[in-house]
Design a protein around this ligand. Structure first.
Ligand SMILES: Nc1ncnc2c1ncn2[C@@H]1O[C@H](COP(=O)(O)OP(=O)(O)OP(=O)(O)O)[C@@H](O)[C@H]1O
Ligand SMILES: O=P(O)(O)OC[C@H]1O[C@H](OP(=O)(O)OP(=O)(O)O)[C@H](O)[C@@H]1O
Ligand SMILES: [Mg+2]
Length: 286
């Protein structure tokens, strides 16, 4: 048994760049050449196979790859025997039913007897059955949103993110059937050796994810203001304090959420903090 893990990654398309970034941020040197469809990591026991996302769930279920990065929507559509090893938080979107903007929508019964265009027939069929709706499913592999406009269907079932593709095609979203994000899927029967490599990969991914949206902050504070300023900085545990050469002053280090950044900085300045430095964090390991 080879002590290496095989990961399936989308060759090109929306998942490719974020998948490659994730692997590189986990400290794994993986490169993709123009026509290279298999690549070996430099410093981690991993080979990558580059595939169309449609083929990734089956490749992982069959054990040709051990793990893979795919949208939850694609995983649900293919319904293969794979497990989610880690939710990845990128490529967030939803699968929704949409109808022409000009039409009234009374509820799901709208779809009774209608023709719906989609690239996700399995998920749609399940939804229609659960709602006791009989409709015709017309499978097309792309540009689904143009179907009603050209008379190919009455409605569509497709990926929505910002909603701008729907707007440009004079459609409105009427039912959200599933929410999706990129997930790391795994074959459920990995050998203990491969499981160990996967655990290490997940540990690294979690360290990168934890650091996302966080900043390291350094600031000089007058000693008599330490308690007040500490209360403004939730930090990892307690902020680190180092005495400064300047009498009566200390240097304080902590971690803040990027979202709270400007608000916290304003309050720190008001409380007497000076020389504030804010630095990106690459990884956080507890
Ligand atoms: N507009 C979007 N916003 C966010 N995520 C999206 C969006 N469109 C697609 N996704 C997610 O990215 C995945 C891949 O999308 P992409 O458009 O690259 O697929 P594809 O055209 O089927 O690619 P392939 O050529 O590999 O079959 C989708 O399955 C979905 O999970
Ligand atoms: O709600 P929005 O932000 O407009 O995103 C939704 C669109 O994004 C995806 O298409 P993509 O842009 O990847 O084009 P393609 O499927 O035609 O390749 C998806 O198939 C939708 O058409
Ligand atoms: Mg595809």
């Amino acid at each position: 048994m080879e002590n290496k893990i095989k990961i399936a990654i989308q060759t090109k398309g929306r998942l490719n760049e974020d998948s490659m970034n994730l692997i590189n941020e986990a400290g794994i040197g993986l490169s993709i050449g123009k026509r290279v469809l298999v690549s070996t990591a430099k410093n981690f026991p991993m080979d990558a196979l580059f595939l169309r996302d449609d083929d990734i769930p089956q490749t992982v279920a069959d054990g040709v790859a051990d793990i893979g990065v795919v949208g939850e929507n694609e995983m649900a559509e293919k319904d293969e025997n794979v497990v989610i090893a880690k939710r990845l938080g990128f490529s967030k979107c939803r699968l929704s039913l949409a109808i022409p903007k000009s039409m009234d929508y009374p509820g799901v019964e709208f779809f009774e007897g209608k023709k719906i265009a989609t690239s996700y027939p399995v998920i749609l069929k399940k939804f229609l059955e659960e709602n006791n709706i009989k409709a015709e499913i017309h499978v097309i592999s792309g540009s689904v949103e143009i179907a009603p406009g050209i008379g190919l269907a009455d409605a569509i079932f497709d990926i929505v993110s910002s909603g701008s593709t729907l707007v440009s095609n004079r459609l409105k979203e009427v039912e959200v059937v599933m929410k999706s994000e990129a997930v790391l899927i795994a074959n459920p029967n990995l050998s203990p050796e491969k499981q160990e490599i996967l655990d290490e990969l997940i540990f690294r991914i979690e360290s990168v994810q934890r650091a996302e949206g966080k900043k390291y902050i350094l600031l000089n504070v007058p000693n008599e203001k330490i308690n007040e300023i500490v209360s403004l900085l939730p930090g990892m545990k307690a902020p680190t304090l180092v005495p400064l050469a300047k009498e009566g002053w200390s240097s304080m280090h902590s971690v803040i959420e990027e979202d709270d950044f400007w608000e916290v900085i304003g309050r720190l300045k008001k409380a007497g903090a000076e020389g504030i430095l804010v630095i990106p964090i690459e990884k956080m390991i507890f």
